[in-house]
Design a protein around this ligand. Structure first.
Ligand SMILES: NCc1[nH]cc(CCC(=O)O)c1CC(=O)O
Length: 311
């Protein structure tokens, strides 16, 4: 392929960093690239994410790709709607960044050190319900905006802390502001947090093969596939906040063959904000089924809870 690959990207610092990573990998492999900025409704609106809905950051980029304005689209995987777009192919899931959520707190404090009554900013119902479930008296405040806007609320003293994706801070070179990377035992990240989705048109097989061979990471792809399958199954069954994290380990068996195993945990909050957890382990070849198994366990636990004792 000797044409220049046009890579569609949002204009935010996070998006530019993500698309540059993809461009750099392609350039290193000997291909010419060009970044093309596409504005999205999510960038133009300051309304809470819970009101403007999923897909606000990704739909304009997907349209530009489907229309042929660009050849490649780079998304934060967790921002993509779970329904596949039949016009597009998920050509690559590059090696995932650290998926944990991160606390940025005043005076270097950790989550456990924040006194009762501390104001913690997040616009995410998933983060809010897991913070409240700690039982340490934290007061969750809704916030939005880019990384700098959110962190300024801590520097200005308006909030005691904010919770952000560690991957977002890593990508904009701000890891030093983190006062604690949150243990997934307490705070499960959003499904696919820290992963990128690199898409091309479904009929553009040359670009599809190129992206796959240059930057697909099967372990990241499988982990994220399990988490997203869990999310999709839960979306069908309830509208509650969802967290999930899968990991892939490679164990040589007795014959020296490498078995790739996937373990994952999931969490969902009930209407009255109790957390339900479930977990599963199995072969990576069944990644999506494993995700659906966790979702089924969570829906069963929720049904049992709602039907009450003795029924
Ligand atoms: N919801 C917005 C969003 N989409 C992707 C990231 C960070 C990078 C990632 O998780 O891949 C963020 C910011 C955040 O949640 O703090």
């Amino acid at each position: 392929m000797n044409k220049t690959l046009r890579i569609g990207t949002r204009g935010s610092a996070l998006a530019m960093s993500q698309s540059s990573t993809v461009a750099d990998a392609l350039e290193r492999a000997g291909y010419a690239t060009e970044l093309v900025r596409v504005a999205t409704s999510g960038d133009r609106s300051m309304a809470p994410i819970t009101e403007i809905g999923v897909g606000v950051f990704t739909s304009a980029l997907r349209e530009a790709l489907a229309n042929g304005e660009v050849d490649v689209a780079v998304h934060s995987y967790k921002d993509l709607p779970t329904a596949p777009d039949p016009r597009l192919s998920l050509a690559a899931v590059p090696s995932r960044e650290d998926p944990r959520d991160a606390l940025v707190a005043r005076d270097g404090l950790t989550l456990g050190e924040l006194p009762p009554g501390s104001a913690v900013g997040t616009g995410s119902p998933r983060r809010a319900s897991q913070l409240e479930a700690l039982g340490s008296g934290l007061v969750v405040r809704g916030i939005r905006g880019n990384v700098d806007t959110r962190m300024r609320k801590v520097t200005d003293g308006e909030l005691d802390a904010v919770v952000l994706a560690r991957a977002g801070l890593a990508r904009v070179g701000r890891l030093e502001v983190i006062t604690e990377s949150l243990d997934p035992l307490q705070m499960l990240p959003a499904p696919a947090q820290g992963a990128l989705a690199v898409e091309c048109r479904v009929d553009d097989v040359d670009t599809e093969h190129l992206l796959q061979s240059v930057m697909d990471d099967p372990a990241s792809r499988d982990a994220v596939a399990a988490e997203r399958a869990m999310l999709a199954a839960l979306e069908a069954g309830c509208s509650a906040p969802v967290g999930a994290l899968a990991g892939v380990t490679e164990d040589p068996d007795e014959d020296g063959r490498v078995a790739r195993r996937l373990s994952m945990r999931g969490v969902v909050a009930t209407e009255d904000n109790a957390l339900l957890h479930a977990s599963v382990t199995g072969e990576t070849t069944a990644a999506e089924q494993l995700g659906r198994d966790v979702a089924a366990q969570l829906l069963d636990a929720r049904a049992a809870l709602l039907s009450g004792p003795g029924q």
